[in-house]
Design a protein around this ligand. Structure first.
Ligand code: ZN
Length: 412
């Protein structure tokens, strides 16, 4: 059955969005409709609700942490810790899965985070041999260079909750709600094994890497296994999303954090947002190129949709920004190849295999034409528009060369 692709009249998403999206009779998508709740809900009431939920988790003896916050050194980390410490008055344990693709700027921001907020941090360094072995497999079999990061980042906090007996995990916004309106804020959706599998892990649980791909053994993936239900229930582990209780606006939040806590930012060639993913050499680079190969759009479209919905970009200006950035050259592929021990030519051969024929047409041996959304009808009608993001630094930060900082204690 061929289903027709419908585009939203407000944002730039259409019904081919990998998280699933619905466009109604008026042409408005589910993501835009749920976004409207941000201006309708009583956020004071919702914050009170949050305060009520978390007060039961405050450690009575004050000898344990009150909650866990997963951190990376970028994205909304500063804002989440700010809310948890200063508004909810909890004592969090920060936990960080080491993704290995660290930029010096990310290490700096992570160190500054724990110092400014006076927090303890636990960092999980899975041994590099396993991480590389898994990454080689996931590139070949799933067309993903990022699977290990998503798997680690979503499981390490849960394992820590069980191990340290800290039942409450606090996340920022729920991606499914923010992008495609998978849930209403009022559903107060919580962390689940199911969402992790379906969306973060591309429907492949770590255990399946063993059965599908014979060169991965059980000992290679045990760090990525989700705790069993019995362990979770014994501790009462639960993960909540602040975005359900606080009006979520990443751009405004980051700008507040830049001002108060000196969060540093960086520009990227493939998007106009300077605040997300400054901790990583791969996400806004090679991973983003793969995204447009597979799905016909990239992160700049996500950023553009978010800014349209917040009323800071016109649709035309957003299209202009998407067109400007989406095919920009990557800068750090060679770094990745050096780390993994593969040749760029071999990587590019693998990447061509994962180009989705819905969006790419092969015109020659190594030549491809993009046949995805060209926004043709809007041609020559673009307003330039202007949206400002503060660019305070560079990914490389001070004296560091072009290398991944595999383990870094940061400054000072
Ligand atoms: Zn929309």
């Amino acid at each position: 059955m061929i289903s027709k692709i419908n585009s939203c009249i407000r944002c730039l998403y259409d019904t081919s969005h990998p998280l699933g999206l619905i466009v109604d009779q008026q042409g408005l998508c589910s993501g835009c409709k749920i976004h409207e709740e941000k201006d309708k809900l009583d956020w004071n009431f919702r914050l009170d609700k949050l305060k009520n939920i978390v007060k039961n988790y405050k450690s009575k003896s004050q000898k344990n942490y009150d909650c866990i916050i997963p951190v990376t050194g970028a994205n909304d980390n500063y804002y989440i810790v700010h809310i948890v410490k200063n508004i909810l008055e909890l004592n969090p344990l920060l936990v960080c899965y080491n993704k290995y693709f660290n930029t010096p700027l990310g290490i700096r921001n992570l160190a500054n985070l724990r110092i400014k907020f006076n927090c303890d941090i636990l960092i999980q360094n899975v041994n590099p041999i396993n991480v590389k072995k898994i990454t080689q497999t996931t590139i070949r079999e799933l067309g993903s260079v990022y699977w290990h990061v998503l798997a680690g980042h979503t499981v390490f906090p849960v394992q820590t909750a069980v191990r340290y007996k800290i039942p409450l995990i606090i996340w920022g916004a729920h991606q499914g709600l923010e992008q495609v309106g998978m849930f209403s804020h009022k559903h107060e959706v919580e962390m689940s094994r199911r969402y992790r599998k379906d969306h973060d892990l591309m429907s492949v649980e770590p255990e399946q890497l063993i059965s599908i791909f014979d060169n991965i053994n059980e000992e290679d993936i045990h760090q990525y296994l989700y705790p069993d239900d019995l362990s979770l229930n014994n501790i009462g582990v639960r993960g909540i999303y602040l975005g359900n209780y606080i009006r979520w606006d990443p751009k405004a939040q980051h700008e507040k954090m830049i001002k108060i806590y000196n969060y540093l930012t960086s520009s990227f060639s493939r998007t106009f947002d300077h605040y997300d993913y400054t901790d990583c050499y791969v996400y806004m680079d090679l991973h983003d190129k793969i995204k447009i190969f597979k799905h016909g759009y990239s992160k700049v479209t996500d950023h553009a949709c978010r800014e349209i919905r917040h009323g800071r970009l016109s649709r035309e200006a957003a299209i202009n920004l998407v067109k400007k950035h989406r095919f920009s050259e990557t800068k750090f592929e060679e770094l990745f190849c050096n780390w993994l021990g593969i040749k760029p030519k071999g990587l590019n051969f693998l990447l061509d295999q994962i180009r989705n024929e819905k969006y790419w047409y092969q015109t020659g041996d190594k030549d491809w034409k993009f046949i995805g959304n060209l926004y043709k009808n809007n041609k020559n009608k673009y307003s330039q528009g202007s949206i400002n993001f503060i660019n305070s630094s560079q990914l490389k930060y001070d004296e560091y060369e072009d290398i991944y900082i595999t383990v870094g204690k940061g400054y000072p």
